[in-house]
Design a protein around this ligand. Sequence first.
Ligand code: NI
Length: 175
Amino acid sequence: MSEMKILYYPHEILTTPAQAVGNVDDEIRKLLDDMAETMYLNKGLGLAGNQVGLLKRLVCIDIPEDEEQGIKATGLLQMVNPRIVESEGEVEFQEGCLSFPGLYIDVPRAAKVTFEYLDRNGKLQTVHADGLLSVAVQHEIDHTNGVVFIDRLTPKARKRALRDYERAKRKLGIN
Ligand code: NI
């Protein structure tokens, strides 16, 4: 496995919709494994293909258990062509994103979702999720559509988030 380079906003690939994957083959499995390694090395809970320069609808998520917050571990989810098929309710979580280092914002999302994806063997899986997994999968599927988390804010909150992001980048020495 090898680590991939994470793209930072405003890289144009982050705002470009990705293509559906036609065939889940060894090349796709290798990309999913490199993405998982990259996510772990950067301590992310999720990573989408766009974030590593791939315009393919690929997503990895691994949410660790947090007993205090009542969060169950998901284990590693490696998804091809994930999509939301149902959503309900509203929730706001504080989200971070590996493509926006240093920025943490409250983002409005659906509270519960049902999503589908092809697993690494090309088998269709359906998952009902709430809590952090629901939020994470919405965040990552947005990435595959070229949508980033600040796009979910009101115009005013988005402007403020962009200012905070510029400040965070300066602090971290990123241009
Ligand atoms: Ni993200």
